[in-house]
Design a binder for this molecule. Structure first.
Ligand code: ZN
Length: 78
């Protein structure tokens, strides 16, 4: 039987659909018996859904440099 550590290591593969039928069955069997791993997988699924919906993206390099310069009081600051 899988251990909780095995579940955490394979959780992303499960959510990505990359696990074999045998792997999925082993995980599902463990989760049927383990509330902690059910909670962990539920949280991971929700987190991935939220990150996927995010409308924010990283600023480009020039914008990031300008922002940092303003924050540290560089010569670009108004
Ligand atoms: Zn577990």
């Amino acid at each position: 039987m899988l251990r909780c550590r095995d579940v955490t290591e394979r959780a992303s593969e499960l959510l990505d659909g990359d696990l074999s039928l045998r792997g999925r069955l082993a995980l599902r069997f463990h989760m049927a018996l383990c509330g902690m791993c059910r909670t962990y997988l539920d949280q991971l699924r929700k987190t991935r859904a939220l990150v996927g919906q995010s409308r924010f993206s990283a600023p480009d390099r020039a914008a990031e440099d300008a922002l940092i310069a303003r924050m540290v009081g560089g010569k670009d600051a108004d």
